[in-house]
Design a protein around this ligand. Structure first.
Ligand SMILES: Cc1cc2nc3c(=O)[nH]c(=O)nc-3n(C[C@H](O)[C@H](O)[C@H](O)COP(=O)(O)OP(=O)(O)OC[C@H]3O[C@@H](n4cnc5c(N)ncnc54)[C@H](O)[C@@H]3O)c2cc1C
Length: 596
């Protein structure tokens, strides 16, 4: 398969810079800009899931791990495993937009998606990014063919979010090898994987990643009895004097955090993509059911309450999808603009570090939008939603873990403003001068914008105000708490919610504007979705900002800040009921998410 590149023509916004500048719709990657090659690999993945994975789901849920292996091999035959891998090691070296498309499609089977993700994203990718030439040659071809199955052993019973608190020990031996002792918890593919990326502390101190073959002596504990994902293996891993050769250190001794955190940046982005794919499938289920289920002599899809739910599902998914494709476009553009050897993962590594904030946003909003969609899907199914005859309850149970793994949503929320503030303090992001300029602007006389009847002009103005609100909250937080801002988690959570809404709302508006400019067939519906998202984001942002400001300052300062906030957020509510109805009607008549 030929190599593809993202057709974005820069200037490339650096990570987080969207907060400080207006973006141009022409420079944003959107699903409408997918190439024929992207669509082709998407169709391949979709047909694989429809024809081979979904029919096997019940058997996978019976813990038939041989079948899971066979399916990974089938995915390998179709080229789905090698998307992120250089050609020299048997991969396809495709762009990250392709990665996103494949992840979206595979998500229709959440259990197999987890198996695939632990293998392709959490085992293959760390080796591509950090492996030595010998490690890449030894392991990648076998992982890409599905001959070896991978797993990622970071978490322990006492250290999940606090991953660096791991107690698994690697004791250096006289011959240079290491003896691993300890236990990992909740490891996806743990019951049948052959190769593990394992994190342990060398001599109890230096956090380090290792490539550990099962044959070295790794034992699996019992399968966990989980709420969902019954078709994916989750077990503890037990290490008792497991001897690992010196050449199986992945990265450097004492630099395991680099492996763990960088891999997570990419994995979070892909998890967001999987959540988006899951939401598309569930929206189709909800629409089909609502179109056929009759009560009071009419399809339930004719009731406004149901239209609201379906319309809102579409709006949230539209925003998630818009920010995912925008981020993938940025990552690809950054990689393309960095001179690098095709076999060297360092450009991809740097790009995912650059867009770590955006990846965390994709993970948090993707998983929470999916949760909303699946919860309302059950509600639309009524009693049928609560019983196993319909897939709605399985999807709901399967998806809950998305808010827990790959960094809980709380940890990711802390990271979003935390990383921006760190970049600002280092001088990598001009957030501090922007916050000061905003302070001066707010002390000056109010400005009255020129009337503008361009499409989405009001929404663009609203987004400008949202960005200023985020700057006000972050700037005041930094000024008031200084370095102790990290202790003010409630303020940071509100700041994260605002930042998530800013990036999502802007991504949705830019995509809808681009679709309008290109007179895309469903551009008007895209504009509807973007307008609803911005309208509701205004209310959420105002509420979050009020809470954050009141937790930061009091008295006259608080009153002044609240007056400034009122001046900033002057969004006139629109009739979202009418817009959601249009979105819902189109979704029901197509029996599918309308922008797929
Ligand atoms: C099905 C499944 C598959 C998994 N697969 C893998 C895998 O393949 N490999 C792997 O290594 N791990 C895996 N995990 C583990 C997963 O990554 C962890 O469960 C997750 O990181 C959370 O850690 P924890 O469970 O210890 O929760 P804790 O860290 O104990 O968190 C409990 C709660 O406290 C909050 N919290 C924790 N610290 C803070 C803080 N500093 N500030 C604010 N709030 C905080 C959390 O957000 C959460 O709400 C899997 C888990 C599950 C359930």
């Amino acid at each position: 398969m030929p190599t593809t590149t993202a057709p974005t023509t820069t200037p490339i916004l650096r990570g987080g810079e969207w907060l400080l500048q207006a973006a141009d719709a022409d420079h944003v990657f959107t699903p409408e800009r997918l190439t024929e090659e992207h669509r082709l690999i998407g169709r391949t993945a979709q047909e694989f899931v429809d024809n081979e994975v979904l029919p096997a789901l019940d058997q996978l849920e019976q813990k038939d791990w041989n079948l899971a292996r066979t399916l990974v091999r089938r995915g390998a035959d179709l080229g789905l495993l090698g998307v992120d891998v250089p050609e020299a090691y048997g991969g396809l070296a495709l762009d990250k937009i392709t990665s996103l498309v494949v992840s979206e499609k595979l998500a229709r089977s959440a259990s197999f998606g987890a198996t695939f993700g632990a293998h392709a994203n959490l085992t293959v990718v760390p080796i591509v990014l950090f492996g030595t030439e010998a490690q890449k040659k030894q392991y990648l071809p076998k992982l890409l063919s599905g001959e070896l199955i991978g797993a990622y052993g970071l978490s322990e019973s006492g250290s999940g979010s606090d991953a660096l608190g791991a107690r698994t020990r690697a004791t250096r031996q006289a011959d240079g090898s290491y003896l691993l002792n300890g236990e990992k918890m909740w490891i996806t593919n743990g019951g049948f994987a052959d190769l593990f990326v394992v994190f342990a502390k060398v001599d109890g101190e230096h956090f380090t990643a290792f490539l550990v073959e099962r044959g070295f002596g790794v034992k699996s504990g019992k399968e966990e009895h989980k709420m969902g994902l019954h078709g994916s293996s989750t077990t503890p891993l037990i290490f008792q004097d497991v001897k690992v050769p010196a050449e199986n250190v992945l990265g450097e001794v004492g630099k395991g955090h680099k492996v763990a955190f960088n891999v997570l940046n990419f994995a979070r982005f892909k998890l967001g993509a999987m959540c988006g794919g899951g939401a598309q499938g569930a929206i189709a289920e909800a629409a089909k059911y609502a179109g056929t289920r009759r009560q009071f002599g009419q399809p339930i899809a004719s009731f406004g309450a149901i239209k609201h739910k379906i319309g809102e599902m579409v709006v949230r998914q539209y925003a998630v999808e818009s920010l995912l494709y925008r981020t993938a476009g940025l990552v690809d553009a950054q990689i393309a603009s960095t001179p690098h050897d095709a076999n060297d993962g360092s450009a991809a590594l740097a790009a995912f570090e650059e867009y770590a904030v955006e990846s965390s946003i994709a993970k948090v909003l993707g998983s929470e939008a999916l949760n909303y969609v699946l919860d309302e899907n059950i509600q639309i199914h009524g009693g049928n939603g609560y019983v196993k005859d319909y897939p709605a309850e399985r999807h709901f149970r399967d998806a809950r873990v998305n808010r827990i793994f790959e960094g809980t949503n709380e940890i990711n929320r802390l990271l979003i403003p935390g990383m921006l503030v760190r970049r600002a303090v280092k001088g990598d992001l001009a957030l501090i001068p922007a916050a000061k300029a905003l302070q001066e602007e707010l002390l000056g006389p109010p400005s009255f914008p020129e009337p503008d009847d361009a499409v989405l002009a009001d929404e663009r103005r609203a987004i400008d105000a949202f960005k200023k609100t985020a700057l006000m909250v972050l700037g005041l937080g930094m000024q008031t708490f200084g370095q102790k801002l990290t202790d003010e988690q409630e303020v940071l959570m509100h700041a994260a919610d605002i930042l998530i809404d800013v990036f999502a709302a802007e991504s949705a508006v830019l995509r809808a504007a681009a679709a309008s400019a290109q007179t895309h067939p469903r551009a008007a519906l895209q504009v509807d979705a973007a307008r609803v998202f911005v309208n509701d984001a205004a209310m959420r942002i105002e509420a979050s900002a009020r809470q954050a400001l009141a937790a930061t300052v009091d008295g006259d300062t608080l009153r002044t800040m609240l007056a400034a906030l009122r001046r900033l957020i002057k969004v006139t509510p629109i009739n979202t009921a009418a817009l959601r109805r249009r979105l819902a009607d189109e979704t029901v008549s197509r029996g599918a998410y309308p922008f797929a």
